[in-house]
Design a protein around this ligand. Sequence first.
Ligand SMILES: CC(C)(COP(=O)(O)OP(=O)(O)OC[C@H]1O[C@@H](n2cnc3c(N)ncnc32)[C@H](O)[C@@H]1OP(=O)(O)O)[C@@H](O)C(=O)NCCC(=O)NCCS
Length: 309
Amino acid sequence: MVMNGPKVFRWVLDVELLWPTPPDGTNGLQPSAREATARWASGKESQYALSLLTPGEQAKVLRFYRPSDAKLSLASCLLKHRAIATTCEVPWSESTIGEDSNRKPCYKPSNPEGKTLEFNVSHHGTLVVLVGCSGGDVRLGVDIVRMNWDKDYATVMKEGFQSWARTYESVFSDREVQDIAHYEAPEHDDVQDTIRAKLRHFYAHWCLKEAYVKMTGEALLAPWLKDVEFRNVQVPLPTSLVVDGAPEVNLWGQTCTDVEIWAHGNRVTDVQLEIQAFRDDYMIATASSHIGAQFSSFKELDLEKDVYP
Ligand SMILES: CC(C)(COP(=O)(O)OP(=O)(O)OC[C@H]1O[C@@H](n2cnc3c(N)ncnc32)[C@H](O)[C@@H]1OP(=O)(O)O)[C@@H](O)C(=O)NCCC(=O)NCCS
């Protein structure tokens, strides 16, 4: 494949240590969920970040019960503003985040001659990713998933993997459900490793399909979810975390690009998809409506240096 198409930049921000909740000055009782977010928002760092958003965006962030969700929403807004302001060369105050008819966030410059940007965001765990591309000719989708090993393992042990796969019958085709249920994991001595490999295969499948669905913008409304099939799903492996007892510096794992997309029995050849492992339990899939798009490596952002105006 010749990679001379549009350049796609890819960013990731980890919010885990950002915007800490100020210490509790009260009687030490656990705050209610809503109070927890209000207390989080009263912190100096949170207040500064929130002040960079529009009143509507602030209200959306503060609607989340858990500070961890509010932080993801806050970071998502900041990354969208940063992407628009930088790529379209407009001041932060003019980096207006709009929505298309499917409610997919987009940017429409107020000046018809202004630069345009296609982008998409996903968040899970403590990470927010944004993929973007200058110009309006390409559609992009991104999805990040994080395996919840303890919860998922318990469910699989209780109900079996067939039952696990059938839970997702409304979004996967019959063939996909079968592929997920009967995935032959590489030989493992340990039953936990086998289940882990099967779950990783499921999550890779989900992540790829979700990135595709988000690229189209139709998302949950897509009536064709079960008619679009992903075959030959490869599972990217995480970089081994330990080398000679020392933590591995590079946390980016394998990238897989060989998945096949089939719609109504025909091979779809005009979409570029890739999935990459990150740390032990994350995977990120990127979809582009342009074959030959040049996906940059993911850049891990520093809030102060790379995001704030
Ligand atoms: C929003 C939606 C598109 C994705 O939700 P999700 O997977 O829970 O969450 P993600 O973190 O990946 O994505 C959320 C982001 O998607 C973006 N988004 C919202 N609507 C979108 C749309 N119609 N198309 C593409 N992206 C959209 C937003 O930027 C949102 O983040 P923000 O609110 O902070 O701006 C969801 O409504 C949806 O339809 N999911 C499809 C679920 C499904 O059935 N998937 C089956 C495929 S396996």
